[in-house]
Design a protein around this ligand. Structure first.
Ligand code: SF4
Length: 94
């Protein structure tokens, strides 16, 4: 079996972003969160904590829909749903 790197695998993912986010963290909970685990666990680097603005930036367009952030959120204050219709990520074999 061929051993591919993550960048090679992500090359086979197509994105069709929606106009609105499907990831809605409760920003007040994010400010109180000590671990900011979403910024670590997400394989697509969707979440970035901007300390100078005291805010979480969510680049939902890059989401792989793996669900890791939903499980990991220590405050359980992330509203998570799949993108609508044919929006979001599409995975191909190869
Ligand atoms: Fe990142 Fe997965 Fe959460 Fe999408 S579902 S934001 S890829 S951890």
């Amino acid at each position: 079996m061929e051993n591919k790197k993550i960048d090679d695998k992500l090359y086979s993912v197509k994105f069709c972003p929606d106009f609105e986010t499907h990831l809605k963290p409760d920003m007040n909970a994010c400010k109180a969160c000590k671990s900011k685990v979403c910024t670590i666990i997400c394989p697509a680097s969707v979440y970035e904590w901007v300390a100078t603005k005291n805010e979480l930036v969510v680049k939902y367009e890059n989401c792989l829909e793996c669900g890791a952030c939903r499980i990991a959120c220590e405050k359980k204050k992330l509203e998570w749903k799949y993108p609508k219709g044919n929006k979001g990520a599409t995975f191909k074999n190869g």
